[in-house]
Ligand binder design. Structure first.
Ligand SMILES: *[C@@H]1O[C@H](CO)[C@@H](O)[C@H](O)[C@H]1NC(C)=O
Ligand SMILES: *[C@@H]1O[C@H](CO)[C@@H](O)[C@H](O)[C@H]1NC(C)=O
Ligand SMILES: *[C@@H]1O[C@H](CO)[C@@H](O)[C@H](O)[C@H]1NC(C)=O
Ligand SMILES: *[C@@H]1O[C@H](CO)[C@@H](O)[C@H](O)[C@H]1NC(C)=O
Ligand SMILES: *[C@@H]1O[C@H](CO)[C@@H](O)[C@H](O)[C@H]1NC(C)=O
Ligand SMILES: *[C@@H]1O[C@H](CO)[C@@H](O)[C@H](O)[C@H]1NC(C)=O
Ligand SMILES: *[C@@H]1O[C@H](CO)[C@@H](O)[C@H](O)[C@H]1NC(C)=O
Ligand SMILES: *[C@@H]1O[C@H](CO)[C@@H](O)[C@H](O)[C@H]1NC(C)=O
Length: 831
């Protein structure tokens, strides 16, 4: 009765620690003990009953009892008032047993009462209203303010774990959340949307209702509190400044301040990022955010710069997005015009008329195009010689076109004039040389040596840049002038511009070259027509005629390419027990010329496979065995049947999946198993089985049995787990000899495979834990144990009595191979 009552009380009040002591869960002798009790429980509950031994008659409880903990004379420890963890977390008490005179008989021993938390306190915000402000475009996730609640419950338990949440955001636009709160710290920050969209011009004031829950917010029974948070959005002054313009080639002392950035709060660390990775970065920033250019810039080298300015906190973390700083370099006219070459050479024919265009003279200016700094003016300032007169030539002021300024020239007057052209921009003048050669009239046309260069066959893979033909025309005009020089053009048959002709200036030979790859499929046969022309115009009454044209036929042939496999390696999978002739896979190759393809196999070293030479299907040709080759690798070859019998090889990998075709066996050779004879108690040994099959995701689950029913009186086999079993003796009356124990192993596979193995167990006398077998009683091959035995036999002859004593002392000792199934060891009680 009393014990039932105690037990139910105990279950009500005690947490876990009831089980102390050997006398029972709820009573026991005086010793140091720890109890855990939930706060807030009904009072007047028994915690434990201590038992006193005579002469003790009562107990005395001291320490932090707070008037709550009492002990009766009969040892009942109980508490009289509800415990409160928030008042005291642990009560340290001392308990002593006293005799009738009040003298301490036992103890005092420490008794510790831990008060366990229950969620009996609400979380409370420290303020009912919070105010904060955030800059527009602040980094998402970086808290700009905190709300903070407290909960008296144990923060190490869920009861004291607080969970913050934003319940309402006002105003709410399209339900977009601009603010987020860290559910553990109460830190309020902007969301990505908030960082992008908040704008004090549109709306500067937001109000949040934030709740806090205890129980980590995870329980329906958690307490909660709410607070109101007013947030002002302030303008972001961290903004990219206007693009800066810097005049190039400045002679002012550097560095020169060009612009400024500023972080929203003081104390930021500014730096620039050389985004364009210039080897020399000509900008710097100081810790007020002022940005400087450190050296004169050159627009002609780089006309604009873009880089980043960053603001970081003291730990080096970016406070916000980097700002783009854009610098445009303004041109000044610091470059004179330059001549196109040292001497520019023009030609003019004897008979050309007044105003004829002789050539275009173009100088260059590095300064910014289309500005006054680069607009050029041309002027002829000298003509040498002035024979028959000065002013034979004109140049157009802005265009640079050189024209004949007077009547036509005569070569016998003077064959060459040197002109000086002045080129001027706004500030600079440059003098350039122009040479005009007077040449014979162009009254002869180029005439091809042959009009038909015949047929030419090229394969479509002919190399780009190779010369395929040399053509030749001749011109009777003055050598080495524009009247006799020949330019060859392809005027028919090559709209794609696959060919080009270059002229040897000395011999006027034309080299026809491949400029772009030929394509059989577009145009297998083309008639090409060349025209030979002079750079100088022909005189009025002469025209190019058919003799200035020549043709040839270009025949592009297809290139025979080897068959192509769609993949380099073909993978296939088959069960290892597949019947001979099973299709295990197929390969296909395609010939680019659409020739038929024949398939063959190579590297089939085990002769397991054959291939259908027409379809590419692959079949098994012999029994397969995963235990021999888990992945069987052969090569497949595809050969064109006609054509040049080109062939291609690919890999064919056949993965063999396991089937259960191996019986289980012992995992190792168990030799030298022995028990010491005579047995003092039943013995046992552990052995392990294995299996050569390795079915994927298959963990062996062997079953074990004695192989012969007649052994069942002496032996027992019991399974430990899927791979291990124990062989035990059923009694101790075994002879001193070798026992062969057949064991039946089964692997439980599909289908199951069974195997019978044999364990040899020797019963022998033991010496120092080793097996001793008298010579003569053995059969079979001598073992190490027997060698020891023979040695010991000799030893025995010398000192029989001594040896007997020795053996008697040692014979009870167990050895490593034998497990003692019983463990009589008793553990000391915890105190
Ligand atoms: C919240 O208040 C508690 C108690 O005042 C204090 O220990 C804690 O540091 C505060 N936490 C924050 C984030 O201000
Ligand atoms: C609390 O916040 C963390 C990230 O700060 C998040 O991983 C977690 O899911 C949140 N807990 C709940 C219950 O929302
Ligand atoms: C700077 O200008 C001077 C003339 O004004 C010129 O000689 C010099 O080459 C210029 N430097 C660069 C880098 O353009
Ligand atoms: C023109 O100048 C070149 C050098 O540039 C010189 O060799 C040639 O003799 C000059 N011709 C005349 C006609 O002065
Ligand atoms: C050139 O080829 C054409 C067919 O394209 C053929 O008719 C002609 O006889 C061939 N000429 C020579 C010279 O081989
Ligand atoms: C083309 O003209 C030249 C003279 O300029 C003449 O010798 C030749 O025979 C002409 N050719 C044809 C095909 O008329
Ligand atoms: C094997 O043959 C089938 C049809 O016969 C075809 O769809 C498949 O693409 C072939 N596989 C390979 C790898 O060639
Ligand atoms: C099976 O039991 C043996 C002996 O107790 C142990 O060594 C082995 O780890 C066990 N194997 C598994 C898979 O539990």
């Amino acid at each position: 009765m009393a014990s039932t009552w105690l037990r139910s009380l105990c279950l009500l009040t005690l947490y876990l620690t009831c089980g102390y002591g050997q006398d029972g869960k709820f009573s026991g002798p005086l010793k140091p003990m720890t109890f855990s009790i939930f706060e807030g429980q009904e009072p007047s509950q028994v915690i434990f009953q201590f038992k006193a031994n005579s002469p003790a008659v009562r107990f005395e409880l001291t320490g932090e009892t707070d008037g709550i903990f009492m002990i009766e004379d009969n040892g009942l420890l109980y508490y009289t008032r509800t415990l409160d963890r928030e008042t005291r977390v642990v009560h340290h008490l001392q308990l002593a047993a006293l005799n009738s005179q009040g003298g301490v008989v036992e103890g005092p021993v420490p008794i510790t009462i831990e008060v366990k938390d229950v969620n009996d306190n609400r979380p409370t915000f420290l303020q009912s209203r919070y105010e904060g402000s955030v800059r527009q475009n602040s980094r998402p996730g970086k808290p700009f303010m905190y709300v903070n609640a407290t909960d008296l419950d144990d923060p190490a338990t869920l009861n004291g774990q607080l969970f913050y949440q934003i319940v309402i955001q006002l105003p709410s636009v399209n339900n977009v959340r601009y603010f987020q709160i860290n559910n553990k710290t109460g830190g309020i920050s902007l969301t990505r949307e908030g960082s992008q969209e908040l704008d004090p011009v549109k709306n500067a004031f937001y109000n949040l209702v934030v709740s806090v829950k205890d129980m980590g917010g995870q329980s329906e029974n958690s307490f909660s509190d709410t607070t109101s948070v007013d947030i002002t959005v302030r303008e972001n002054i961290w903004k990219a400044p206007e693009p800066v313009e810097i005049t190039e080639n400045s002679t002012d002392p550097h560095p020169i301040k060009i612009t400024q950035v500023q972080w929203n709060d003081p104390g930021a660390y500014y730096s620039l990022v050389n985004k364009e990775k210039l080897p020399q970065f000509p900008f710097s920033i100081d810790q007020e955010g002022n940005i400087y250019v450190t050296q004169p810039l050159d627009r002609e080298e780089k006309d604009s710069h873009v880089f980043f300015a960053t603001a970081k906190d003291e730990s080096g973390k970016l406070l916000a997005f980097p700002l783009d700083i854009q610098v445009k370099v303004i041109d000044i006219n610091d470059n004179p015009p330059t001549c196109p070459s040292e001497v520019t050479v023009f030609e003019v024919q004897e008979n050309e008329a007044l105003g004829s265009n002789i050539g275009l003279f173009t100088a260059h200016d590095m300064d910014e195009a289309n500005t006054v700094n680069s607009i050029l003016k041309y002027k002829l300032v000298d003509q040498t010689p002035k024979i028959p007169s000065d002013g034979l030539f004109l140049i157009q002021e802005y265009e640079g076109k050189v024209q004949l300024g007077k009547h036509s020239l005569k070569k016998q007057d003077n064959p060459q004039y040197n002109l000086t052209v002045e080129v001027a921009d706004r500030d600079f003048k440059t003098l350039c040389s122009v040479q005009v050669n007077v040449i014979d009239i162009n009254d002869q046309i180029p005439i091809f040596e042959v009009s038909d260069y015949g047929n030419m066959t090229l394969s479509e893979d002919a190399a780009v840049g190779s010369t395929i033909l040399v053509i030749q025309a001749t011109d009777g005009d003055e050598p080495l002038t524009g009247s006799s020089k020949i330019l060859y053009k392809v005027v028919q048959g090559d709209p794609e511009g696959r060919l080009e002709v270059t002229t040897d200036p000395q011999t006027n030979a034309g080299y026809v070259k491949i400029k772009k790859p030929l394509d059989f499929e577009t145009e297998p046969v083309t008639s090409i027509v060349f025209k030979a022309e002079n750079p100088e115009p022909l005189v009025d009454n002469v025209q190019y005629n058919a003799s200035s044209f020549a043709s040839f036929k270009l025949i592009v042939t297809d290139v025979n390419e080897a068959p192509v496999f769609p993949q380099r390696i073909f993978l296939a999978k088959v069960r290892e027990d597949a019947a001979i002739g099973t299709k295990v896979g197929n390969v296909t190759a395609r010939d680019p010329e659409s020739l038929a393809v024949s398939y063959s196999l190579s590297g089939d070293k085990r002769g397991w496979l054959k291939i259908d030479s027409v379809t590419g299907e692959i079949f098994s040709a012999a029994p397969l065995d995963r235990e021999t080759e888990s992945v069987y690798r052969v090569q497949v070859e595809a050969t064109e049947i006609a054509g040049s019998s080109l062939s291609t090889t690919a890999e064919f990998h056949l993965a063999l999946t396991d089937v259960n075709d191996n019986p289980p066996r012992l995992a190792k050779e168990y030799t030298g198993l022995f028990f010491c004879h005579p047995l003092s108690a039943p013995q046992s040994l552990v052995f392990e089985a294995t299996d050569d099959d390795q079915l994927s995701s298959w963990r062996p689950q062997f079953t074990f049995a004695l192989g012969s029913a007649s052994l069942q009186n002496d032996w027992e086999v019991s399974k430990i787990n899927g791979t291990h079993a124990r062989l035990s003796t059923k009694h101790t009356g075994f002879e001193e000899r070798v026992y062969e124990i057949p064991i039946l192993l089964s692997d439980g596979g599909q289908p199951p495979m069974e195997g019978t193995v044999s364990l040899s167990v020797t019963f022998c006398q033991c010496v120092e834990g080793s097996c001793f077998r008298p010579a003569g009683s053995h059969d079979g091959i001598p073992t190490v144990g027997m060698a020891v035995g023979i040695l010991l036999t000799t030893f025995l002859v010398i000192g029989t009595i001594l040896a007997v004593v020795f053996i008697r002392i040692k014979k009870d000792k167990g050895n490593d191979n034998v497990e003692n199934p019983k463990s009589p060891e008793t553990k000391p009680l915890r105190s």
